[in-house]
Every structure is written in C-alpha cells, then in structure tokens.
Design a protein around this ligand. Structure first.
Ligand code: GLN
Length: 555
C-alpha cells in the first residue's frame, strides 16, 4: 500500500516548497524507498506551456512531452521518481476533464459541483500520479494556504486522507518565521495563523517545516508547538542554506525529518538513516571549488532567475564534475550588437545561448555566436541557441547574408531553420510543437559522440522549427556538421564545427536531464572546454589551439 505525503505552504509564496518536497523525496530514496512525486497547481491555465517565462519561469518538459511546472525539474534533479503527464495537474486541467465529462452526459443530468465532482477529479489525479510499486507518493500543493484558488485542492487532500488509515498519510506544512531586524527577533504569529487556516478547513499538519534566517530557539519551538497543535519534535527548522540549494536535504536530515516520517507513516526503510555520503561530497565540491571560470549566457529572460532554471542548475552540475565554480555572466541579448559584443563578452571563457521563442534579442544572440566562433571561444547552443548558430554560420561562412529562421522572417530567401512539411499541416490544426524525448543517433568521431560516449541517446524537445535539410550538405562541406540525427525523421539534432575548440548546438533541451550527481555530458564537456580556454588565456596572450575535450560520460 502506497503511503502519501502532502506538502502545503503558508505565509508567503516562494518559500522553496518545491525544493523541500524534492529534498524529502531524496531522503526517502536514500533510505531505500521507492517514491513518486507530483505537483498540483491552483492556477487556471491547463499547463504552463502558454505562460510567459516572466510570469511563471521555465516550462519543464518530461520524457512523455508534458509541459510542466519548474518544480518538477527539482524533483528530477534530486530523485529518480519517474515523471509523466500525471505528475502535474492544474485547476484548468482538472476542470477540463470534469467539463468534458459533463458535455458527454456522464453525470446523468446531475448538477456538477466543486464538491464532489471537482474534488473527486483531484483525488483521481492524485491516484493517477502514483507510479506502480511506490512505497511513498509525495504531492506538493502549489500556492499559499488561504488563497481562494487552492481551496478545492486542500479540500480534496483532506477527503483523501479521511478515506485512509491515519498511518497512511501525513501533512507537512512549510511556513516562514520572519525575522524582524528592528526588534532582532523572529515571529511565530504568521505560522500560527497559517496553520489556523489549515485547521479551519479540517487539516491538522503533523509536521511543520519552518523557514528561518536565524536559528529557531527551543522557546520558539515550544510556542509554535503549543499554538499550532504540532508535537515539538515535529517542528523542524529549515534555515537558509549558505552555499547551494543542494544543502537542503542534508540539513533536513540533521533535524531528523526522516525519523518523523518513518514513525508517522510506519515505513519500513532498508536503512534507518538516509545514505547521503556522495551527496555530501558533491556539496563539498560546490563549497570548495578548485578553479573558477566565467561563462556568458546570452538570452532573453535574464532578469528572472527562474526563466532558465534548469540551464543554470546544469551549469552548476557541470562545474561540480570539473571541480570548478562556474560564474555566469547573464547578458540580455537585446543589449548586444556587433559593435559592443567584444566589450560585453570580454573575459568570458565560454558562451551559452539558451532556448527561446520570438524575435526579440535574436540579432544579439547571433552577434554573440559569431564572436565565439571567430574568437575560438567555446560555444554551446540550446534549441533556439543552436538555431542561432546555424543562422550565423549561413550568413558569415556560407555567404547567405539574409539567411534566417522562418520563425523570425517568413520571407527569408534562405530559411535555414524552417517548419517541416508535416508540421505545416499540423499547424493548420493548431498543434505543432515537437515535445518530449526523441532518440538521437550520434555520428562516430564527433565531439558529441565523444562527450556522450554512446551511439544512441534520448533527449527532450520543445520547439516547432528544425534545421532545414536542404542546407545540410552545403554546410557540411564548409565545416558545420550534423553530429546527431533523429533517424526516423532524418532531422538534425546536433550541429558542431570540428575545427573549433568547442562549438556545439543542440536542437533539444539537455538541461532537463542533468543531475548534480550525474551532470549532463555535453554541459560537462562544454565547461571542460571553457576551463581549458581560461587556462590557455592565463598561460599565454595568444588564444589556445583547438583542444579536444576528453571523452566524458555520465557518472
Ligand atoms: N523558437 C524555436 C522553435 O520553436 C526554438 C524553441 C526553443 O528554444 N525551445 O523552434
């Protein structure tokens, strides 16, 4: 029988509920338990696919092509839980199923209501999110307790738990203990009120995780326990971490969260304490790097850290693999021009151009790619970043000055990035994105094949446009080779320039498959090349010669 953990948040948003949930998942896995993870989001969009990254941050894509909340990225980075379309439900998605049933007449003329129809659909979604064979299923409820939007979800989890024995379910509530500088003290009142709100709905949390800046005193713990009706040992401090978010599970284990969960849910873990040895070692590398390198990221949504969350995390993983700290110079592509690119990117030992949609900043990205290609600085392009590399190559190497992507210029005489025929048909029907994991065959002898140390890989996609095969032969003859191909469709998945220290563009999103303990091979090879470049610059005034990155695989 699968046990269930429900994680809610109170007081304010952005408390790090996703990270806390992912950390609890990791802790349970490290005790030998099999877990599932799921997020329920109270907004009305059916999925975050259509939301602006400025609004919502990155759209995280699963293997099966679901466009999901970025917290699912944390789940995959911390745990081995398999995430699917059933791992993220929004209010919109729940209502969509209920309304479709109503239109079909499935409710046999009855009045359709929030209770029981919407709450039943939520309970079904929770069950559907459980992977077969899971010992524990974790469900995070988005939003903040007290919001109107989250009420149906909170009501549904109350019912869900009522229908099961008490030892099969547990509520974990994450709150904030704000620190008032003026009086030099932390306050428990918001926590009391947020737990009060939960209890009003009929939910008594058994574990409270309190985000704090300062250590929580025994006196505060006693007070929170008394007013919130939670046992004192189950009031857990989650203090701000000093160096990296990967410290969170370590600190939660120090506070004994695993014992509380095992006792309450009567779990039978393989080990009494989680084995976090390798995780601790990894965190030590982050805290004490041996080297440092600065890499430019030229993109569109630079003000908001969440917009390229997985990219930044993957860079950190690649740093760990190279025992280095990667400093990221985040540059707004709109500010880059041919005239200032030298100055904007000066001192950077690598350039990464991430994915994106639309025209804004495109010329700045292309100018940056040109800089990296001509100055022989390691370049790594992701999705739109790869497309920019192809356009740049077409314009400045192949002599096609008006080359562009059909996305940005419908009438370009040289659509080197274009919609494929079947996509054009699909577009008329409203759906065009290539979403989710596709196989990619690597061409032996290329940098991509060396990095992956494999012949066939699976990578996740989220885009409409593709490399136009009409230009493949011409570009290959000039030095831009297709080093990864989807064999079923003959689509180009990876391009690279052989005669360059590192110049690789990928049509997919490798950032969705990197973990701190298993960095993505291409990110790892890119950062290795950037370190090599930095060393070359330090040791001589002349730029380094083409250095072949050592073949590096996943750990
Ligand atoms: N806008 C491009 C396309 O649709 C790239 C998308 C992306 O970078 N995710 O093909």
């Amino acid at each position: 029988m699968t046990k269930h953990i429900f994680i809610t948040g109170g007081v304010v948003s952005s408390l790090g509920k996703g990270l806390t949930s992912a950390s609890i998942g990791l802790i349970l896995e490290r005790m030998g338990l099999k877990i599932s993870m799921q997020k329920l989001d109270p907004y009305i969009n059916v999925d975050p696919g259509t939301m602006s990254p400025f609004q919502h941050g990155e759209v995280y894509v699963t293997d099966d092509g679901a466009e999901t909340d970025l917290d699912l990225g944390h789940y995959e980075r911390y745990t081995h839980a398999r995430l699917t379309k059933n791992s993220n439900y929004t209010t919109g998605k729940i209502y969509q199923t209920v309304i479709a049933k109503e239109r079909r007449g499935d409710y046999l003329g009855r009045t359709v209501q929030v209770i029981p129809h919407i709450t039943n659909a939520i309970k079904t979604a929770i069950k559907d999110g459980v992977q077969p064979g899971s010992d524990v299923a974790l469900t995070e409820i988005g939003g903040t307790i007290g919001d109107i939007e989250s009420l149906p979800f909170v009501e549904a989890i109350r019912q869900f738990c009522l229908e099961r024995p008490p030892e099969d379910t547990v509520f974990v509530h994450l709150t904030l203990l704000p620190y008032l500088r003026a009086s030099g003290e932390m306050k428990t009142k918001p926590t009391q009120q947020s737990v009060g709100k939960l209890r009003e709905i009929g939910i008594q949390p058994q574990i409270l995780v309190c985000r704090t800046e300062q250590p929580m005193t025994e006196e505060m713990r006693a007070k929170i326990s008394l007013f919130c009706n939670v046992r004192p040992e189950a009031v857990i401090e989650e203090r701000d971490v000093d160096h990296t978010i990967y410290e969170v599970p370590i600190s939660l284990v120090e506070k004994g969260i695993h014992r509380l969960l095992v006792d309450h849910l009567r779990l039978q873990p393989l080990t009494p304490a989680p084995d976090l040895d390798d995780w601790r070692k990894m965190v030590q590398i982050v805290i004490h790097p041996e080297r440092e390198v600065e890499i430019a990221i030229v993109g569109k949504y630079m003000q908001l850290d969440d917009a390229y969350k997985s990219v930044y995390e993957s860079m950190q993983h690649a740093g760990i693999a190279n025992r280095a700290k990667v400093r990221m110079r985040k540059i707004d592509a709109e500010k880059v021009t041919d005239a200032n690119v030298d100055q904007m990117l000066a001192g950077c030992s690598g350039l990464l151009v991430p994915g994106g949609f639309g025209e804004r900043g495109i010329e700045g990205k292309i100018a940056s790619v040109r800089w990296a290609r001509e100055r022989r600085v390691p370049f790594y392009g992701l999705c739109l970043g790869m497309q920019c590399a192809v356009i740049e190559f077409a314009r400045h190497v192949a002599g096609l000055p008006r080359a562009h992507s059909r996305e940005m210029d419908e009438h370009t005489p040289h659509p080197v990035i274009d919609l494929m025929e079947e996509q054009k048909e699909l577009r008329e029907m409203g759906g065009t994105m290539r979403l989710g994991a596709y196989p990619c065959r690597l061409v032996p002898g290329t940098r991509a094949a060396a990095a992956y140390r494999s012949e066939l890989v699976h990578e996740r996609h989220r885009h409409r446009y593709e490399f136009n095969n009409a230009y493949r032969e011409q570009f290959r003859a000039l030095g831009l080779v297709a080093s990864g191909i989807n064999e079923d469709s003959d689509l180009v998945e990876i391009v690279e320039i052989g005669d360059h220290p590192f110049f690789v563009g990928v049509q997919f999103h490798p950032e969705f498959k990197s973990k701190p303990g298993a960095p993505h091979p291409l990110f790892r090879a890119f950062v290795a090349a950037a370190l090599e470049h930095a060393r070359g610059r330090e040791s001589a005034a002349t730029p380094p010669q083409a250095a072949v990155a050592p073949p590096l695989g996943r750990e």
